[in-house]
Ligand binder design. Structure first.
Ligand SMILES: C[S@@+](CC[C@H](N)C(=O)[O-])C[C@H]1O[C@@H](n2cnc3c(N)ncnc32)[C@H](O)[C@@H]1O
Ligand code: SF4
Ligand code: SF4
Length: 380
């Protein structure tokens, strides 16, 4: 086959794959959320055919840096900068509401410490945006009425152990575990038709790695979804927790644990989990063998608490040789419009850069299953 024929074949395969992935992903999203599928289709097309898209499907918004925990591993330590004023928060909310963006992930810090959270939620829900909240769960009981009545689609609650003292120690907040359980019960009592969906996620650390099965057994009848993410140091140069980081031996342990759990809990068969041990033992090999590629940013735009807009706020810190080659900041909402930043040449170039795996950084987030699902397709 000559080069031209090879290229044509590759485009045809891309087109078929794009169609089938788009169809199945959109069907599964439509089954869960009432969203407009056109933006997601546009993002998939952009990913597969190297063309700019008109809008992100998802906004990840760190609405505050305030927090009522002090987790030893938190990559947000040093987020530091002042939160935006309410007037700027309202501007962002309005821009999202007036756009075709489908999903808004609200995170922090701790979102329920923001004085603006319920106004943001009211507006987003009025405009039928699907809202997912990442929370440490401590204030869930206190705000359970608002959360249920406003129609939040999903709560993603961090719980790192089923042993109360251990969770509280990781989070540096005595009584956190009990508060979360009470909060979950309060939401379950009040919710209608399973909304909000209650998902929990644990950070895997040295100390809890052997407890994965007990953790699942403890929570499986209490919540709707469970997921795990490994501790990730490269996210923050300010982290002072090298000694709790996972090493090669932990990766080998995790491989055995996951293999042993696959038959009992089918989600462990996902590439995200199958490849997680290798992320710990030999992350470079995942990149070199086209098993990982950072693709979430064909869909997601991130806003930090000070209004800075990024594709990935961690990217510049994640380069292996420690040099900052690239600052992935796109602008700031105080003087730039979100969609202008998304449609900018700079944004498109960074997406292309990520897709070609030139970035060399690698990280493992539950929301980014896509990074392992289609990586092989974009072989260099
Ligand atoms: C930064 S927090 C913000 C939301 C909320 N405060 C919470 O803890 O859920 C978002 C998620 O990142 C996780 N996380 C924080 N630091 C991490 C790290 N170094 N490695 C992996 N996950 C981390 C948290 O456990 C949480 O699930
Ligand atoms: S609760 Fe969340 S934001 Fe707060 S310190 Fe812990 S991980 Fe960081
Ligand atoms: S792999 Fe992707 S998400 Fe992780 S630091 Fe790099 S650009 Fe960011």
């Amino acid at each position: 086959m000559n080069i031209k024929e090879k290229k044509t074949q590759s485009i045809i395969r891309r087109f078929d794959l794009c169609k089938s992935i788009t169809k199945s992903s959109i069907n599964s999203l439509l089954a869960r959320y009432s969203i407009d599928p056109t933006v997601i289709t546009d993002n998939f097309q952009s990913l597969f055919f190297n063309q700019p898209s008109q809008s992100p499907s998802i906004i990840k918004w760190h609405i505050t840096s305030k927090c009522n925990c002090d987790c030893i591993f938190c990559y947000q330590h040093g987020l530091g900068e002042e939160d935006l004023k309410t007037s700027h928060i309202n501007t962002i909310t309005r821009q999202i509401c007036d756009s075709k963006i489908c999903f808004v992930v609200l995170t922090g810090g701790e979102v329920f410490l923001s004085k603006d959270i319920f106004n943001i939620l009211k507006s987003l829900k009025k405009h039928r945006k699907a809202v997912i909240i990442l929370t440490n769960g401590i204030l869930l009981e206190e705000f359970s009425n608002e959360i249920v009545n406003l129609g939040v689609e999903q709560l993603s609650i961090s719980i790192d152990s089923h042993i109360p003292e251990m969770h509280d120690r990781f989070r540096n907040h005595k009584g956190a575990f009990e508060k979360i359980l009470k909060g979950i019960e309060a939401i379950k009592k009040k919710r209608n038709g399973g909304r909000p969906n209650i998902a929990i996620r644990a950070v895997i650390l040295k100390e809890n790695i052997q407890q994965i099965e007990e953790y699942i057994n403890f929570f499986k009848d209490k919540v709707d979804e469970i997921s795990f993410a490994p501790l990730q140091i490269p996210f923050s140069e300010n982290l002072n927790c090298k000694e709790i980081n996972l090493n090669k031996e932990d990766g080998i342990k995790l491989k055995k644990i996951i293999a042993g759990l696959e038959e009992k809990f089918s989600f462990f068969k996902l590439p995200y989990y199958k490849l997680m041990p290798q992320f710990i033992t030999d992350p470079r090999a995942l990149l070199n063998n086209n098993l990982f590629r950072c693709m979430g940013y064909s869909f997601i735009l991130t806003i930090k608490n000070n209004g800075d807009v990024f594709l990935c706020p961690h990217m510049k810190k994640a380069f292996e040789d420690g040099k900052i080659h690239f600052n992935a900041r796109l602008g700031n909402v105080k003087h730039d419009k979100l969609l202008d930043l998304w449609k900018s040449k700079r944004c498109f170039l960074i997406q292309q850069y990520l897709k070609s795996a030139k970035n060399k950084c690698i990280c493992w987030c539950t929301t980014d299953n896509i990074n392992t699902e289609f990586a092989g397709y974009f072989k260099n």
